[in-house]
Design a protein around this ligand. Structure first.
Ligand SMILES: Nc1ncnc2c1ncn2[C@@H]1O[C@H](COP(=O)(O)OP(=O)(O)OP(=O)(O)O)[C@@H](O)[C@H]1O
Ligand SMILES: [Mg+2]
Length: 259
């Protein structure tokens, strides 16, 4: 059984079919790319998967459960986390607190125990802090833990967003252009980090990315959207030479050398 199955999903805004007839299967442990020109519907498909938009057609099955109509926090609780194309951190909160908030939505402790400050409240709080620090360590952000998120350089804010998404304990991680605005060195480190966390946390990852070198370098399969429709699906080799993909990119050569 696939971890995620999207069947003919779509959404229409007024007269615009932003995404339609979208089909996708992700198996446990896969690292899959989602590419396409600007405005193709990539972010919209993430919004469909995470409950930001309710599909006007089709269905989304995750881990055997139908997700259509669930609000975003329920989708997170069922095991899907994401990052955003435009970074969404709590800019005035510390780096550490940005990761800790991810736990609060999942925390088992009751409101009563936190109001009355029972010992279990403190132990859970301590536990969250330790776990958050572990994530910061993986993302080499530990030394910035007390810094306000807004003071981090751009590339590190992007890494912090991934750390926060991971802290929610997802099975499926959706990354929306995680390398945007990064320099080649940061992008290279990010590629290694994505491969590492997949292994370490037993993740399935769906990656939207314009950086072809990154996508072709780490994804096992790639889906290509254009004008809200899937136009191709396959291995990097298939995608690189697919006529419809080449056409969608207006003759841009989809290859590592020309990324
Ligand atoms: N809430 C909305 N209301 C109306 N139109 C929308 C809405 N969200 C997205 N769209 C439209 O849907 C289309 C797909 O947008 P989307 O942001 O998904 O593209 P994308 O593939 O992520 O592009 P990019 O690479 O630029 O991020 C665009 O035409 C966009 O203007
Ligand atoms: Mg987008």
């Amino acid at each position: 059984m696939a971890l995620l199955e999207v069947k003919n999903a779509g959404i229409q805004f007024g007269g615009l079919k932003a995404v339609s007839g979208f089909n996708m299967r992700l198996n446990q442990g896969e690292l899959v790319g989602l590419i396409g020109p600007n405005g193709a519907g990539k972010t919209t498909s993430f919004n469909l998967l995470t409950g930001v938009y309710v599909p006007t057609e089709g269905e989304i099955i995750f881990n055997g459960k139908r997700l259509n109509g669930l609000p975003p926090y329920k989708v997170t609780q069922s095991g899907i986390s994401r990052t955003f194309q435009n970074i969404r951190l709590f800019s005035e909160l510390s780096v550490l607190d940005n990761v800790k908030v991810a736990y609060h939505s999942l925390a088992k402790n009751s409101i009563l125990s936190s109001i009355f400050r029972l010992p279990s409240h403190f132990s859970e709080e301590k536990n969250m802090e330790d776990k958050a620090l572990e994530f910061l360590k993986i993302f080499k952000l530990e030394r910035f833990k007390d810094e306000k998120a807004k003071n981090l350089p751009y590339g590190q804010q992007r890494r912090l967003e991934i750390a926060r998404a991971l802290a929610a304990g997802p099975k499926l991680l959706l990354l929306d252009e995680p390398a945007a605005g990064m320099n080649p060195q940061e992008t290279h480190e990010l590629m290694e980090l994505i491969a590492f966390i997949r292994e370490q946390f037993d993740l399935t990852i769906l990656l939207i990315e314009h950086d072809m070198q990154l996508v072709m370098g780490i994804c096992e399969r790639i889906y290509v959207l254009d004008h809200g429709q899937l136009i191709a699906e396959g291995t990097p080799e298939v995608i690189r030479s697919h006529p419809k993909v080449i056409e969608a990119y207006l003759g841009e050569e989809v290859s590592d050398e020309h990324a």
